[in-house]
Design a binder for this molecule. Sequence first.
Ligand code: PHE
Length: 347
Amino acid sequence: MEHEVKRLEEDLQKDIEKASDASDIEALRIKYLGRKSPLAELFSQIPSLSTEEKKIWGKNLNILKQKITTLIDEKLSGFEGKEEEIDLTFPSRPVERGSRHVISVVLQKICDIFAHLGFVVIEGPEIEDEWHNFTALNFPSDHPSRDAFDTFYLDLKEGKKGKQLLRCHTSPSQIRVMQKNKPPFAVISPGRVYRPDEVDATHSFMFHQVEGFAVGQDSNFAHLKGVLFYFARQFFSPDVSLRFRPHFFPFTEPSAEVDISCIICGQGKNKKKTTRCSVCKGKGWLEVLGCGMIHPNVLEACGIDSKKYQGFAFGMGIERMAMLKYGVSDIRLFCENDVKFLEQFNL
Ligand code: PHE
């Protein structure tokens, strides 16, 4: 028995040293003082001892029990002291809050401005067919942008409306709305578009556009200009100027590209030659969107009488708008998940 008591004491010493928190100690209390503990085992041997030995071992085991209890309690009170050091009133670390991506914020801003003018917001599919993406939009069958190298065609069965593809602009939304609705209407359609462009500071294989269009009996170019002026002044600044340059799109006639006066140097507006601006490269103007009067062929392709109705359309890149508004120099920053960059736009 003497030998067993010694072993028990040694084991307990080691276990107590190893214990690192209050729950370890509680486990030790069960191990060393519980009903199945070595100590209980020793106590159970007492009845088989001689009267003399019973006296000695009864006393010894009680002393041992006391010793175990004291060691365990002492170690536990050491931990309790430490736990008391935790200040429960100390303010917690701030919870990191997520926020909308800058592209979503800008997209929402743009939609809000047009919604204020009465435009309805709709979304078209990202997987389109050739007919909606090109044919109905008056792209000639040999137009280079229909080429397999200029468009992401999908490896799906060819349907009645041609091959399926990832839309390269939001203009097919015009077709989907015009096929289903009777004019007048004014619609804004945001979403992702895809082009197999080499990725660099200003190009990406995927970006976002907002398409806007309105059809009615007398919708005209002056309305288009008025709407775009209103938009640019709300979105950029109240003193921004616009410039319309003649351009070509198959689906609008006449067509124009629109520039805003450089929001950094303002030269386009002031016509003053100051130092060469790095944003507009000294030109004073920044290209922001394409627009025009909807081509009669497009209206007819959708079953709208082009003698009775006319309309205007415009399309702009959201990333480009965000880059100009916030002075971002590289489009790749928007999709690199760099929290430091994105946090700046928790607006
Ligand atoms: N779809 C054209 C583009 O992606 C933009 C545009 C839309 C131009 C509507 C005119 C009218 O470049």
